[in-house]
Design a binder for this molecule. Sequence first.
Ligand code: ATP
Ligand code: MG
Length: 264
Amino acid sequence: MERIPVLNVENLSVSFSQYAGVLRKKQIEAIKDLNVTLYPGEIVAVAGASGSGKSLLAHAILGILPYNASMGGRISYCGNSLTSAQAQELRGKEIVLVPQSVSYLDPLMKVGPQIRKNAKDKPSREKTLEIFNRYGLAAETENLYPFELSGGMARRVLISTAVLEKPKLVIADEPTPGLDAAAAKRVMEHFREIADEGAAVLLITHDLELAIETADRIAIFYAGTTLEEVQASDFAEGLKLHHPYTRALWQAMPRNGMQVPKGI
Ligand SMILES: Nc1ncnc2c1ncn2[C@@H]1O[C@H](COP(=O)(O)OP(=O)(O)OP(=O)(O)O)[C@@H](O)[C@H]1O
Ligand SMILES: [Mg+2]
């Protein structure tokens, strides 16, 4: 039987129109010819320099690109093409985003109701407390406003919000900054559990060690396109890395002596 990918991104391009001078508009291509496929049960990490298009990929999948962006290519979800209207319909339910910025929290809403999307029933409350417990957040966190949270707490609240229900596709955009190593590990273990239950996880991260430990495959982004995609175990050992940029990333890892090649 043919396995159907949870997510298939084919030849994605995202460009922005910007004013160059007073009357002239120019197109800036931020993503070009990008391909990523995620099968059920898989965690695929996306690693790459700042500005290489990682968040844009997440936003394109979720149908939340900025108004001045135009998109080309094809995104399909569980075998059917995913329009931005459908993505918005599924968002927060089957398809969830752990956003890169904690500013995505609603500043005027207490954490508990925000996580539960205002549901007031007992099972929802119990589920909130269960997930708080899992992420080391005290039960009282429910009654706090986002401005009362530390950076690390806010990050854990964002993750809890995304994974409270059973999603089929998790897109986690840099989920671990501000978390200590133990907390980051707990988040990754949870992602693995979610994947083991049949979901797919797209893990956007700068942290290559974390990607190696957690992901099945690693896609390396550079200037809006995938340079190469490798099995995490091959990356860990420096095997089958074809592109000089990928090899440079590998050499620059602390475990490989943080060598910085000339010209990078
Ligand atoms: N609204 C916008 N208008 C014009 N250009 C934009 C807009 N949003 C993003 N870009 C450009 O698209 C490129 C990719 O941005 P993106 O946010 O996806 O990077 P990233 O890989 O997530 O970086 P980081 O690791 O810093 O989060 C950048 O060059 C950025 O300047
Ligand atoms: Mg980003």
